[in-house]
Design a binder for this molecule. Structure first.
Ligand SMILES: NC(=O)C1=CN([C@@H]2O[C@H](COP(=O)(O)OP(=O)(O)OC[C@H]3O[C@@H](n4cnc5c(N)ncnc54)[C@H](OP(=O)(O)O)[C@@H]3O)[C@@H](O)[C@H]2O)C=CC1
Ligand SMILES: Cc1cc2nc3c(=O)[nH]c(=O)nc-3n(C[C@H](O)[C@H](O)[C@H](O)COP(=O)(O)O)c2cc1C
Ligand SMILES: N[C@@H](Cc1ccc(O)c(Cl)c1)C(=O)O
Length: 295
């Protein structure tokens, strides 16, 4: 008993040292994991809410035996002067009003004329889409331009088959109800009729000359921005489209168009002139005070 009572203070002291040691260690580990992702599953650029399926670079993976990601040529990239056009305040106002008026006339048009469209115009529209900013300038987009009647028809078959199931089963009553005002259904005549279909693919990763994967940061956001610019470029030349996202068609369309495994369909845009009898739902847009908060 006497031995125990004399040991207790020593025992308590040792116990305290052990507890402090463990506590400090666990704090250090926590801090380290906050400061620097310690494993390759940490992907701060992939927004969970967006369900951005960006794939991680294989830089630290087991099969990695080199420093492909270290591109010295890019490290030495020169920085050049940049002085774009500037306008007076009144010119700016005029230009902003003009551009707003043009864009405010943009509508999703589902009745497209078969009238041919100059190919060079479409090429310029796609060039313009390719001016979009992208995560780490990875330019993670592929625009597949389809004008071949047989391929367009195959696309229509795939889309209509899946969209019928979407409307009847996958989308559910609420979504179908919310779309009633648009009078859409699974019949997609514009896929045969429009002179061009542009299928926009996001590259979920790139492929380096060595065959290894290159990380495409924020690829979905980057490609979505390029699609916005593409829509503006179409509007600028008087062409129409409808932004479509044919659910469950991605893999089939990718394989029909022989796109590689790193590409996923983001949007399908039928492009042409509006048909003379085209109608659009009389939708209203939110005014500025409902979309802008000033602080
Ligand atoms: N952002 C969104 O919330 C959604 C958008 N869509 C839109 O619908 C359209 C068609 O997409 P949909 O077919 O439904 O969906 P996906 O193209 O995402 O494909 C559906 C399934 O196929 C897999 N897949 C597709 N492409 C690849 C690829 N290149 N490599 C590996 N796996 C692949 C997906 O894998 P995984 O599960 O790994 O992605 C998923 O399981 C597009 O326009 C798309 O933008 C569709 C669904 C949701
Ligand atoms: C992300 C996104 C997905 C869309 N998917 C479809 C679609 O699959 N089919 C379709 O007919 N329209 C689709 N639309 C078009 C919308 O229905 C349309 O933008 C909306 O009704 C507003 O009309 P507006 O484009 O004329 O302003 C989509 C639009 C966006 C932005
Ligand atoms: N993809 C279907 C359903 C659809 C229609 C319009 C939309 O705005 C959305 Cl989000 C979905 C279709 O193209 O009919």
């Amino acid at each position: 008993m006497a031995v125990f009572s004399s040991l207790t203070p020593v025992f308590v002291a040792v116990l305290c040292v052990i507890i402090v040691f463990f506590f400090k260690n666990s704090q250090r580990r926590e801090n380290r994991s906050k400061q620097k992702p310690s494993d390759q599953t940490a992907r701060p650029w992939a927004d969970e809410d967006l369900q951005d399926n960006t794939e991680i670079s294989t830089k630290h993976s087991e099969d990695d035996d080199g420093d492909d990601w270290l591109d010295t040529a890019e490290e030495d990239l020169v920085h050049i002067p940049y002085s774009p056009s500037q306008y007076s305040a009144s010119e700016m106002l005029q230009r902003s009003e003009k551009f707003y008026s043009l864009m405010n006339l943009r509508r999703s048009v589902r009745c497209i004329s078969p009238e041919p469209v100059p190919k060079e115009v479409i090429h310029n529209v796609i060039r313009t889409a390719g001016t979009a900013p992208s995560g780490a300038h990875t330019e993670p987009w592929t625009f597949v331009l389809v004008s071949d009647a047989d391929v367009k028809h195959k696309i229509r078959e795939i889309v209509e088959e899946e969209e019928e199931i979407n409307y009847k089963q996958r989308m559910g009553d609420k979504w179908v109800h919310d779309l009633k005002k648009l009078r859409t259904n699974w019949v997609k005549e514009y896929l045969d009729v429009a002179p061009y279909l542009i299928l926009v693919f996001k590259q979920i990763y790139g492929v380096l000359p060595s065959g290894k994967k290159r990380t495409h940061y924020y690829n979905e956001i980057s490609v979505s921005i390029s699609c916005g610019i593409l829509l503006a470029a179409l509007q600028n030349v008087g062409l129409v489209t409808v932004t479509t996202t044919p659910l469950n068609c991605g893999p089939q369309l990718r394989s029909l168009l022989q796109r590689p495994a790193n590409e996923k369909l983001l949007m399908l845009l039928p492009v042409g002139y509006p048909s003379p009898d085209a109608k659009v739902p009389d939708l209203k847009r939110k005014p500025l005070d409902q979309i802008m908060m000033t602080v």
